[in-house]
Design a protein around this ligand. Sequence first.
Ligand code: ADP
Ligand code: MG
Length: 415
Amino acid sequence: MNEIKDFLLQLSLIAVPMFSYHLFFKGHLKNKNHDLLVKSAFWGFSILLCMSFPLDVGGEYRLDIRIIPLLLGTLYCGWKTGIFLSFIVILYRLYSGLDLGFLNTFLTLLVAIPVILYFQKSFELAKRNKRVKIAIFLSFYYCLVGVFWLCILRGFASMNIQIQTIHFLFVLFSTWLFTTLNENIREIYQLRLEIEDAEKSRLISELTSVFAHEIRNPMQVTRGFLQLLKEPGSWDKKKDYIQISIEELDRANDVINDLLSFGKPSTSDHKKVEVCTEVRRVINIIKAYSMHQNVIIEANLSDNCWIDANPQKLKQCMINILKNAIESMPEGGTVWITCRKTEDGFVEIKIKDEGIGMTKEQVDSLGSPYYSLKESGTGLGMMVSFQIIQSLKGKVRVHSEKGIGTEFSILLPGT
Ligand code: ADP
Ligand code: MG
């Protein structure tokens, strides 16, 4: 009975660090290397815990399932983590004493780790089911090597066959359990990113459907001035025509650039971004759409509002909220957008409309998947925006009154 208790404890020593990482760190770390470091630290911590509270089977040797964090850490994080985790195992075992058990651990790792590293690349490229199979095969192999060295070092007689068999089965079961769990969590996370991307594509296609105006206007203005240049007239006036034409073409160029950069596939990289500059780009992108809906955008932006963010995601979030604000005024109206630095180091973006507004229940439902009151709405825009704000460790407050309008205040931690 005690063995089962110990085995269950071992399971939780892997589950707790694994879920803690997913809960508190997954998707929150801006830099890929930092993410890898934290992940490796969690797997390492798990190994230390497993080795500190082993299954006491009497005699000199103790059993634990350190192979699970060692194996999954190596397979999911790569060879560097694999080497790091192997060192943790060796050093911690050495700290417990230089005995036959240490030699067993060392020799098992020496034979098992190269094979695990060899399979790491194919694991990375494999699909979900194959990954589970590779992980189970490798943990089986590791156990086999362990038992082999145990027999060599201590002789077959000293083995408790019953305990070894349970250990064997338990390791295989745990490998299946944790690899499947990890794969499920990864799938959910991946799905979330895919929804964000799909929503972005939909957003772009909706915005570009009215985009022709934005390009046609400067072209028509320039064409008009070129026509005037042909006519006789004073050079000073002509210089003005040329200047206005250049400005119009530059503006069209900016709009196209902003839209193209928004449309680029998103990376997960964060960098220092100036929010007001991004807001100006967002206004550029959405201007054609707002003009089409008879909505004026009034912006009041201060400078130097720096935050750490993925600029494309930040724009996606603001465009979603702005687009909803525009759509809440079917008869046209004004949207006010302000951006400023607060005294306590946050950057505050406010987007206010004078549209149809929402009841308290409707505000509470914002952000739930597929919640939409529009005929052709998807109800994913708000969900994606809230996810983005959350990943930036920001807060959002919505104040809305039916028939009067809505105000979104977004607070993002500044740098
Ligand atoms: P969609 O725009 O596709 O309907 P969203 O997730 O963007 O999906 O928005 C969900 C719902 O929230 C909208 O259908 C709308 O009813 C409501 N909503 C969001 N923003 C506003 C706003 N500024 N004014 C009024 N209603 C809003
Ligand atoms: Mg929307």
